[in-house]
Design a protein around this ligand. Structure first.
Ligand code: ADP
Ligand code: MG
Length: 370
């Protein structure tokens, strides 16, 4: 065997864990202003004061979740008075689910899922905060998902106005919006109590991407596993989407591709093969969070191309047995979450009908639905 060939018990990964999505990187550069703003907003908590609420906005993969995680870890080190809860709104997308998550953090036990009213749960939680004299900071991560079903306002309202009903309770909110080109607005009643410090996370430029990717390569792989031109190819792919997650996923998958062919180095082909899957991670993640009925509709749209709403409804009804109202609600939700375009067109026998078309490549949608 030549020395270019990897033995079965050898690996090119020095520390593969660094390429996992939920890994909190030690090296977190190019986000100093954002980290500073976050720290200033949360600092009052160290002196027993309610922190300033924050609204964090930026495209996917720009370090929003990581920044919040970093700052919260730092605060936890300095103070026992602050309880920090991060809620992933893609998973917990109702008011009850959000409050259950906070409850779990406070009491170390998941509340019963049925038979308890939201109010009861919330009251118990608030009382615990007042009695223990602790400050609660809730980070609502990817709060977009609360908007789709219309829960964002009630969640924000409950948290931010709690002190009016329960004097002495100190809760503040960090709302994180993944900016995907739609504008999300809170109800004015929420706006008047939210008054956030707004922190923007812009897309990384190619230089910043290169720096971050190089650092990951250095820690994740042994020396000389990733040649310069391969690194550049990855930087190009990340620059095209601006989503660093794609780059980290690309590193992992192309590394595995190289190992599969027992190579000690990653090649451009390994990257290209990996890119087929990596570029879809965002779409697939969003599709996974849909209900079965929503997936059924998306599948019909992907298979049938542009369709009149009426025709689409017929096929949808045949499969699911659901009525027009529910169908229409799902169309509206998927329109606002950018899966499809639902335009009015002049066509159709009875004047204006709606033309429904997918916003993603139908082949890609079907791949993620598999
Ligand atoms: N400045 C940075 N330095 C190092 N890694 C970063 C940086 N920004 C983002 N990442 C990495 O990119 C991935 C996506 O970051 P994340 O914070 O989840 O983005 P967002 O919440 O904005 O979608 C994570 O794996 C994170 O570790
Ligand atoms: Mg995030």
């Amino acid at each position: 065997m030549t020395k270019d060939v990897l033995l079965w018990d050898e690996t090119i990964f020095r520390n593969g864990e660094i390429l996992e999505m939920d890994y909190l990187p030690e090296y977190f550069a190019h986000r100093d202003t954002q980290l500073q703003s976050l720290k200033f907003s949360l600092k009052p908590a160290m002196r027993g004061m309610r922190p300033v609420n924050c609204l964090i906005k930026g495209p996917p993969g720009t370090g929003k979740t990581t920044a919040v995680q970093k700052v919260s870890n730092e605060i936890k080190e300095y103070s026992d008075n602050v309880i920090f809860v991060k809620v992933n709104c893609q998973m917990d997308s109702t008011r009850f689910a959000v409050v259950s998550r906070i409850y779990e953090k406070l009491f170390n036990i998941r509340p019963p899922t049925s038979g308890v009213a939201f109010r009861k749960l919330f009251e118990k939680l608030v009382k615990q905060l007042v009695d223990s004299n602790k400050i609660l900071v809730v980070a609502l991560d990817d709060i977009n998902y609360l908007f789709h079903e219309g829960h964002a306002d009630e969640v924000m309202y409950s948290l931010l106005r709690a002190h009016e009903q329960y004097p002495g309770v100190k809760i503040s909110v960090i709302a994180i919006i993944s900016d995907v080109g739609i504008s999300y607005n809170f109800d004015p009643r929420v706006g008047s109590v939210f008054l956030p410090e707004e922190i923007f996370f812009p897309r990384y430029g190619p230089g910043e991407i290169r720096d971050i990717i190089r650092n990951r390569i250095q820690h994740a792989f042994y020396q000389n596993v990733v040649p310069d031109e391969v690194c550049e190819r990855i930087v190009d792919h990340v620059s095209a989407t601006g989503d660093l997650r794609v780059g980290i996923d690309l590193l992992k998958r192309s590394g595995l591709n190289a190992e599969r062919r027992a190579s000690r180095t990653i090649s451009i082909e390994d990257v290209e093969k990996a890119y087929d899957a990596s570029r879809l991670i965002y779409l697939c993640r969003s599709i996974r969070s849909l209900t079965e009925h929503e997936k059924a509709l998306l599948s019909l749209i992907a298979k049938g191309g542009d369709q009149q709403a009426g025709d689409l409804y017929k096929s949808f009804h045949e499969i699911t047995g659901l009525g027009y109202t529910r169908f229409y609600e799902i169309i509206e939700k998927m329109n606002s979450s950018q899966f499809l375009d639902a335009d009015f067109s002049g066509k159709g026998m009875r004047g204006r009908t709606r033309l429904i078309r997918p916003r993603y490549d139908p082949q890609d949608i079907l791949k993620c639905l598999e």
